[in-house]
Design a protein around this ligand. Structure first.
Ligand SMILES: [Zn+2]
Length: 79
């Protein structure tokens, strides 16, 4: 019986790690942050109708328009 155990033990140690570990170190895939930046770069520019600027936003999420709105609402609350 003792021999039986001697054979089984090393087999358990020999188990290979799952492939997930090896693919994790693969460097072909870009980090999401870099991918995002690249996408933004390759995106065609569009003209914002609010500030007439060419960029990656439109009139709905225009920064300048938002600032204006904030000022207006602040003035409103003041009065
Ligand atoms: Zn704008």
């Amino acid at each position: 019986m003792g021999e039986f155990y001697g054979v089984e033990a090393p087999q358990e140690v020999d188990v290979q790690p799952p492939e997930v570990v090896s693919t994790k170190g693969c460097g072909s895939r870009l980090p999401s942050r870099v991918e995002k930046a690249l996408k933004l770069k390759s995106k065609p520019l569009r003209q914002c109708k609010k500030c007439q600027e060419w960029g990656h936003h439109d009139s709905r999420n225009c920064d300048k328009f938002k600032e204006k709105e904030k000022l207006l609402s602040r003035r409103n609350s003041d009065v």
